[in-house]
Design a protein around this ligand. Structure first.
Ligand code: BG6
Length: 513
């Protein structure tokens, strides 16, 4: 077997996905047309769906199977990652789509849903059920209760039923706790699949592969060799038409509580005992619990928030946050957050982890940068002073997915000059343009019953306790002048100072050339 064919796939050895029905609550919403149906269509196209399946859309608006299918077909033109849409594949796929009109609180609607599922026969299409809750979290409890009462959600038996829930999973620890309790009144924790779409991204999954399949890096992955870590998730877009939601969330709840802390956990966790869901999630929780709690005084020193005012991004004028639709003109909601966290365990003691995310920044890019310690600068002090660059490893999660290693090299010539050079790995050139959407992987895993890429109850609650402590430090403190930044810049000056205090500087993601 050549090197090229010696591939190891995580999914291999996993049971084939059994026939099932996916019921989408909130089927008229954006997520269904933008993400869920395109993902299912591609899974079908790539022959990854079970041999038989149905998708039932449940929502209040009056529609027929035919009108729902037509709506989704139109959406696919816009949101499919492959174009044009393959009409033969769509025809075969869409024959499995059905619509059930109903209100989430109306028990009669669940009886109609039950009748529709029963019309699929008495086998797995009626019994193996994936309930996708693309609805407001305030309705999770009522849906779980109603599907249970309609005899569609059991906690035992040979068939399976699962609940997939979207973020926001609560707005603080107490509300997340309540949501968890509501869901687990009618389902076991093993039946609840909490989505964080970052975990469905190939490059995020690769963090564990990269760390634990390469001896050269893992040996250096600790406080002895690493000076600090930076995690940047920058976004070029402002809040757009999501002002109403964003006023309740802000950058810390929208991005840090979930996506960024998940990436941090994968970058910093200990090797799991196995790749089984519980083993991986045990280690992530352990890591999150090792993050040093922040007092309000620590928050003042270690966390920077910001809000954008009017500016230009890539030549386009952008309004300030306070001028966005459904945003209060004196809003104090943060559209940017940067934090310096410490992980109090043996591996990471004393190593700062800098996290940042923001809207209306110069470009959209997610990166993890591992900065190694400097070498003792004895030999090159005459040429470089104390400027010899430290080595750095950058994991580019998106776009331009890949990994780069920066090290120093001799500039060719007779003089002894040293400068940083790079070694690049790019997904595209190595593997071709294989870019499944995160939702494809996540839906497949949920159907297969593998919870590795989903967030466990204690994980979500631990992440909220970190965010709550930061928010407590902000409580009652309006934004001050130095916490604003112009749209199109890299955030408030205070974020630069946060690193400068320790002699560090942000490394901004570079545009693709
Ligand atoms: C979502 C947030 O969870 O993630 C959005 O609600 C954000 O505000 C989005 O834009 C970013 O996801 P991605 O996959 O585009 O990096």
């Amino acid at each position: 077997m050549s090197d090229h064919t010696m591939t190891f796939r995580l999914g291999e050895g996993r049971k084939a996905v059994a026939p099932c029905t996916i019921v989408i609550f909130g089927a008229s919403g954006d997520l269904t047309v933008r993400k869920l149906i395109p993902a299912l269509y591609h899974l079908f196209k790539d022959k990854q769906m079970p041999p038989s399946f149905r998708v039932v859309g449940f929502a209040r608006r009056e529609k027929t199977d035919a009108s729902w299918r037509a709506e989704l077909r139109a959406g696919l033109d816009q949101f499919s990652r492959t174009k044009p849409v393959d009409e033969a594949v769509w025809a075969a796929f869409s024959a499995n789509l059905h619509y059930c009109m109903g209100d989430l609180t109306d028990t009669a609607a669940y009886a109609r849903l039950e009748a529709l599922l029963t019309s699929f026969g008495s086998g797995p299409l009626r019994e193996n059920l994936l309930f996708y809750l693309a609805i407001s979290p305030s309705q999770f409890g009522i849906v779980a209760e109603n599907v249970h009462r309609a005899g569609l959600l059991h906690q035992d038996g040979t068939a399976w039923q699962r609940l997939v829930v979207e973020k926001p999973f609560g707005h603080d620890l107490a509300s997340a706790h309540t949501l968890n309790s509501e869901l687990t009144r009618f389902a076991t924790e093993q039946q609840v699949f909490r989505i964080d779409h970052y975990l469905g991204k190939e490059t995020v999954q690769n963090i564990l592969m990269f760390r634990f399949s390469n001896a050269i890096f893992e040996r250096l992955w600790n406080r002895d060799s690493i000076d600090h870590v930076q995690i940047t998730v920058s976004e070029k877009l402002g809040v757009g038409d999501r002002g109403g939601y964003y006023e309740e969330a802000g950058a810390i709840r929208d991005m840090l509580q979930n996506h960024i802390l998940q990436v941090l956990a994968l970058v910093a966790m200990e090797p799991p005992v196995s790749l089984e869901a519980e083993d991986v999630r045990d280690e992530k929780v352990k890591l999150l619990k090792s993050i040093r709690p922040l007092t309000p005084e620590d928050v003042a020193k270690q966390v920077v928030r910001g809000q954008y005012f009017a500016g230009t991004v890539a030549g386009q004028p952008r309004p300030g946050y306070r001028q966005e639709i459904k945003v209060k003109p004196d809003s104090n909601v943060e559209t940017y957050v940067a934090a310096k966290l410490y992980i109090d365990n043996w591996r990471w003691s004393g190593v700062p982890f800098y996290l940042r995310t923001g809207k209306n920044l110069p470009l959209s890019a997610s990166e993890v940068r591992i900065q190694f310690r400097r070498t003792p600068n004895v030999l090159f002090a005459a040429q470089c002073g104390d400027k010899l660059d430290p080595n750095a490893l950058t994991l580019r999660l998106q776009p331009n997915e890949g990994i780069s290693l920066r090290f120093n090299g001799k500039v060719p010539g007779t003089s002894l000059a040293v400068r940083p050079v790079r070694m690049h790995f790019s997904y595209d050139s190595e593997f071709g343009a294989y870019t499944p959407e995160a939702y494809e992987r996540l839906l497949l895993e949920a159907m297969a019953g593998d919870a590795t890429l989903f967030i466990r109850r204690d994980e979500v609650e631990t992440a909220w306790s970190i965010v709550d402590s930061i928010r407590a430090g902000w409580e009652g403190k309006p934004l001050t002048n130095h916490e604003f930044y112009a749209a199109g810049t890299w955030g408030p000056i205070a974020a630069e100072d946060l690193l400068a205090q320790s002699g560090h500087a942000w490394r901004d993601p570079q545009p693709i050339t």
